[in-house]
Structures are given as C-alpha cells and as structure tokens.
Design a protein around this ligand. Structure first.
Ligand code: PLP
Length: 433
C-alpha cells in the first residue's frame, strides 16, 4: 500500500518511509491510498473474537501488503496486552475505557504500535534511530513507555520544566535505558520549536537518524481504529443506531473512527466533543476553519488550537463541509460544565469520569436521539487527574491504580537544558548515536 500526502505535492511513499518520516516533505500528512472494507463474515463473527484478534483483522487491511502476516500478528498482539472494555453507564450510554494500558491513557495503543512497527523495520537494517518528542504531559509518557527497551531506538522526551504534573513527569523520567528525559527551562512551545529545529538542522541530519512520534504519524493514528471495532462487537444494543462521542484535541482519535466507518463499521454518526478550544465546533457551524492559540482548561490533553489531523478529515471528505456535517456534529464545554458533569454522574451512577471523558459523556447526554445508542471514548484514567477530580468528588475518593503508584515510587533521571537550540544540538551530538 502506498501513502499520499494531504498537500498532494510530495511523491507517494511506502509504509516504511511514511512511518520513519512522519510528516511528508510538503508538510502534509500521509494517508493510505485505499481504505479496504472488511468482509461480511468478519462483522458476523466479531462478537466471538478477542480484542487482539479483531485488531489483527483490521491491521491486515492497512498493513497486510507490507508486513508478513506472522510479524504483523506479533506486533498487534504485543501492542494490545490490555483490554478496552465497554462499560454501561446509564440508559443507552456506554463508556469505552481506553485507559488500561501502561500509562493509563488511549495514546498507549498508537505509541506502542508505532514503536513495534519501527522496531520491526529497524531489525532489517543497521543503525540507530533517535525519536524526538515534545510533550506537555501525556504524549511523552505514552511514547516513552511504548518505546521502552525497543532495540535500535533511543527516545528523547523534551518537556517544560515545572509545567508538567508530578504523575505525568514520573511516567517518563523514571524509565532510563533508551529513554532520556530532557527538562527544558521554557514553555511547551519552546520544546516544540527545539524539536522542529532539530529536524531541519543540516549537521544533525548528516550525523543522526531523527524521527518524530507525534500523532501525525500514520503508525500512531491508524491503530486507533482497532478499538472502535472492538466496542461495536461488545455493544448489547445493536438494533439501535450507533453514535460515537470522541473527546478531541488533535483529532487523531476521531479520524481513526472515520476510517473504521469507511471500512464498514456500522456507525450512524460521530460527535466531536471539545473543551473551550473549539475551532472545529466553529468550523462545523460556519464552514470556516480558523486556527488560534490554545487556551488552558482542566481537560488539558485537548488544549489544541490548531488540530493537525483536521487536514486528514478535510481530505477524507474532499473539503465538503456539508458531507462532513452529515457524519460529525460538534459540542463544546467549559471547565465549570466539565466539573458539573463529573460530580453529577459520580453521584447518580457511581461511575467516575476523568475530565476528558466527562466531555464525551455530556455530549451524548445532550445530543443522543431516540433510537440511538451512544459510546463515548473514556480517554484517560481519572487518577491521572487526581487533583481536578478530587476537587469535585472529595479527597481520597479516586482509586490509585498500582501501575501509577509504581511510577511514583521510582526515582527521576533528568537532564536539564536551557531553551536555546545550541544547547540542545550540542547535547544530541554528544549523546546520540
Ligand atoms: C490526547 C488526548 C485527547 C485528544 O485526542 P486527539 O486524538 O488528539 O483528538 C483526549 N483525551 C486524552 C486523555 C488525551 O491524552
């Protein structure tokens, strides 16, 4: 299978190139040239399949031409060492819990899959690859844990000093081995600037193989289609029309859902659920896409003012806003509304949401029509946002999973740098292979 760029000004490439390059040379995002529908027997038998088996069938339709079946099976099965259960919350509303992986957030799936795929490609060639990732918290932990101990790969996580919560920080600063945590005396934007400059620097390009692991990478966003199929397989109310509500920031998760629909998954429609960073909500209303700087909210993994995967959605629908509106509607919620939902749902049903999942849940409560069943993506474990959640439901009421406690017990290993590119470049030249 070949991959084309959404900007249509770069040559089509194979999977290996799309994964190692990340962004196309014309700064567009790579898209698979074909979306192959899954066969009818698969939908009939899916209910008796495990999550891994479902994912493997879906993966074959994207990656089957490029990777031998046995290797692909190993990559998929290794990625999904955890489940993504569908939990009934109330009426026809279900939570798809995507927080049972190593860092308790949905990004674990894509990060782990990309790490395994890159590791597979590297096993066929010599040399080391250096993965650079800038993070405001959650991406760094998912990428660091996904790539931990993968041979041939070293990861450099850049994060703004003092601006990441302790829980988030411990998830990528305590691993060591092939994971280097770089605390930058600056902001998240500084970190992102350093990474971008590194990719454009001629000296670094000559001496090192560099790649990025953010959500624009096809190997990170496509595997997110796996759990949409798994959710449908476990949905009790299949006679109803299925609505997915997706708490969205960079829109990788929602785009993966659109791919699942194109592959034949019977999804009636999607809801793009936003916090106050609502440029897509505005686009659906007005037809104008106007990116703007992000604002800080309590659902901070969704604080994105210029969602990069939106280019993929426009490409899928050939810029036709009317066609997009048929499949996607938008909602947005303030911090006060998120807190209200979180507290009320806990009190009325006993189900504990995280701030991101609360947005997805509320979108269903407000927009589900008779005859529809709704699934919202619960994208992170509430314990990752203990302070916010306990601020609503009271201290000591958020169960702390063992996995998080283990991270908190371990010691930091951090290198500190100032925010200048010279310092970062020197560090890479001295440490990277
Ligand atoms: C990254 C993230 C999101 C947003 O997902 P996108 O694919 O970027 O739209 C939502 N919730 C959590 C917890 C996240 O970490």
């Amino acid at each position: 299978m070949k991959y084309y760029s959404t900007n249509n000004e770069a040559p089509n490439v194979d999977l290996r190139t799309a994964v190692t390059e990340g962004l196309a040379p014309d700064r567009g995002l790579y898209m698979p040239e074909r979306i192959v529908p899954l066969p009818e027997w698969f939908f009939k038998e899916m209910e008796s399949f495990t999550f891994r088996e479902i994912a493997f069938e879906v993966a074959k339709h994207f990656f089957g031409e490029d990777i031998p079946e046995a290797d692909l099976r190993e990559i998929v099965f290794d990625t999904l060492s955890f489940d993504a259960p569908l939990v009934h919350v109330r009426d026809s509303i279900y939570s798809l819990e995507l927080f049972h992986g190593p860092t308790l957030a949905f990004k674990d799936v894509g990060a782990r899959f990309m790490a395994r795929l890159l590791g597979y490609f590297l096993s066929q060639q010599k040399g080391k690859v250096n993965v650079l990732v800038a993070t405001s918290g959650d991406t760094g932990s998912a990428v660091a844990n996904g790539f931990f101990n993968v041979p041939g790969i070293h990861v450099y996580v850049l994060y703004p000093k003092g601006k990441v919560s302790e829980i988030q920080e411990k998830q990528f600063t305590t691993l060591g081995h092939n994971i280097t945590a770089l605390e930058i005396d600056g902001t998240f934007d500084d970190c992102q600037r350093l990474v971008k400059s590194a990719f454009m620097d001629e000296d670094l390009k000559k001496q090192l193989t560099l790649t990025s692991a953010n959500s624009i990478n096809v190997a990170r966003f496509l595997p997110q289609a796996f759990y949409y199929f798994n959710a449908w397989a476990h949905l009790p109310e299949k006679d109803k029309k299925l609505v997915f509500s997706v708490p969205s920031g960079n829109f990788g998760n929602l785009t993966a859902g659109l791919f699942a629909k194109r592959m034949g998954l019977p999804v009636h429609r999607f809801i793009a659920a936003n916090n106050r960073n609502d440029v897509v909500f505005e686009y659906l209303k007005t037809g104008d896409f106007k990116p703007r700087p992000s604002v800080a909210t309590i659902a901070n993994a969704m604080d994105v003012g210029d969602p990069s995967n939106f280019a993929r959605i426009l490409d899928l629908y050939q810029n036709d806003v009317k066609a997009i509106r048929k499949d996607i509607s938008g909602t947005r919620y303030t911090d006060e509304e998120i807190r209200e939902t979180l507290g009320r749902v806990y009190k009325q049903t006993g189900y504990l949401l995280d701030p991101h999942g609360a947005i997805g849940y509320q979108a269903l409560e407000d927009n589900l029509h008779p005859g529809e069943a709704g699934i919202f993506l619960e994208t992170a474990h509430p314990a990752k946002f203990t302070e916010t959640v306990e601020g609503v439901i009271g201290k000591g009421n958020v169960p702390m999973p063992e996995r998080l406690e283990n991270f908190l017990r371990n010691e930091h290993m951090i290198d500190s740098l100032n925010a200048s590119f010279d310092a970062f470049k020197t560090f890479l030249l001295e440490h990277a292979e």
